[in-house]
Structures are given as C-alpha cells and as structure tokens.
Design a binder for this molecule. Structure first.
Ligand code: MG
Length: 254
C-alpha cells in the first residue's frame, strides 16, 4: 500500500474548513499527496463528506445529518464557521470530493462513519459504489478505514481488492486478531496512546501502522522512527517539511 508519510486530516483541518473541497485544495497546495476525510450518509442514502453525527458544529444547520436529505444539506454553509472567506462552501458529496481529488492527483483515505452496524455497512457499500463511478482505474485504490468492523466487512465484500484499515483509540491484543479476520492492511491509532513497542507489534503482524492526529513535528519524527508509516495531520504543509527533515536525518545517519 503506497502511503506517503503525511496524510492531510479532513483535508487540511488547520488550514481550511474540514471535509470541504476548499480543504482538499489547500492540502494539495500544502504539498499533501493523500488526504483523509469522513463519510456519512444523508437521510436519502447519499454518501457525503462529513464528520459529526449532527450538523451544528461545522454548518449553519441543526439536527442529525442522517435525518437530513441531500437537497436540504446542500443549502447549508459548511465554511463560514471557519472563516468569512469560506462562506458558501457546501458539504461535498463523496462523488464530488473524489472527482476533485482525482483531478488534483491526491490519494484518498475514506473513513466510514456510522451509527450502528446496518448504517455502517450501508455507508461502506454506498462509498464503494460512489468511488467506482468516479475514481480513476489507474489511480491507487482508496483506503477505506473505519472504527466499525461491520463497515470494513461490507467494504471487503464490495471491493475485495481495495485496502482497508481499522481505526482504534488504543491498541489491544484483540485488534490484531480483528484486523487479520477483516483482511485489513492498516491499523489507524491515536498517537497519544501509542508507543514504540506497539508500533513494532503492529508491524510484526504484517500491518501498516498509521497514527492520528499528529500536529507536532518532533512527535511525528519519533513516530516515523518507531516505524509508523503515515501520520494524519491537520497541517500537511508543516508535517511535509518535518518528513523532509526526517528523511534527510535518516540518510545522514546511515
Ligand atoms: Mg476521520
């Protein structure tokens, strides 16, 4: 799985309103090669790029996203809360987002969010269907990640060849067995609860360790030294500079 050392979190959440097309453009300008973003389904079953279960934090709407049809969601402003220059930025559909990422040449880590197993499976299936419509066949397949084993099992059935990653706040023994059972390639862990021994255990199990959400360059350097493959960061420009320094230091050390 050709992951770069740096993946933009929700696009580039420190630089532009998270999970918007503006955030993906900023991530590309900042030098990111991949971005992570969250996907949920609207009331009418359309996968859209959105983090929370409810609309209040990142839009001018209220209530639950999964009770809001796409047409109503599209009237909301998902940018003004971040800054006036982003006023009018809509919640993107997954298809729109993937179309832009393909045009920008960015890789995609689609994190499937859901409430409950049925929703998780349906959201994973809808995400794969959307990606099949717009994602170029010659681009690296999207990485589908989720906290939900049900989402990952559905992704495995819908797109067996696409890589999958389990997201966890803290590594447990059960997780290593679970990821093998689900055929996951990567394990996405909260860096604050991660140490070098655990990173070694993940790698020894044949899995790719990914750490979130890393915004400190020194911490990123330590994670890479431990063997973390990629850090997910709100500020991909700053972390890309740190990755360059890390590679240079490693080269000099040899
Ligand atoms: Mg996420």
């Amino acid at each position: 799985m050709p992951l770069p050392r740096v993946i933009g979190h929700r696009g580039a959440a420190a630089l532009a309103p998270e999970n918007t097309l503006a955030a993906f453009r900023r991530a590309a300008v900042a030098g990111a090669r991949w971005v992570e973003f969250d996907v949920r389904c609207t009331a009418d079953g359309v996968p859209v790029v959105f983090h929370d279960a409810t609309l209040g934090r990142t839009t001018d709407g209220r209530g639950r996203l999964d009770r809001t049809p796409l047409a109503a969601l599209r009237r909301l402003d998902a940018g003004a809360w971040f800054g006036p220059e982003y006023a009018g930025e809509p919640v993107p559909t997954l298809e729109e987002a993937l179309g832009l990422l393909a045009a920008l040449g960015l890789g995609a880590n689609i994190e499937v969010k859901a409430d409950g197993d049925a929703d998780a499976a349906a959201t994973a299936q809808a995400s794969v269907a959307a990606a099949r419509r717009v994602w170029p066949a010659d681009a690296p397949a999207p990485l589908l990640s989720s906290y939900s084993p049900a989402a990952l099992a559905a992704a495995a059935a819908a797109a067996p060849a696409w890589p999958r990653g389990l997201v966890r706040r803290r590594l447990s023994r059960d997780d290593l067995a679970a990821v093998q059972e689900l055929g996951c390639r990567s394990l996405h862990l909260d860096h604050r609860r991660l140490n070098g021994v655990q990173v070694g255990a993940v790698r020894a199990a044949g899995l790719v360790p990914v750490a979130w959400t890393v915004n400190d360059a020194d911490r990123a350097g330590r994670l890479w030294r431990w063997g973390v493959a990629a850090v997910i960061t709100d500020d991909p420009g700053r972390m890309a500079a740190a990755a360059g320094e890390f590679i240079e230091t490693e080269r000099r050390g040899q």
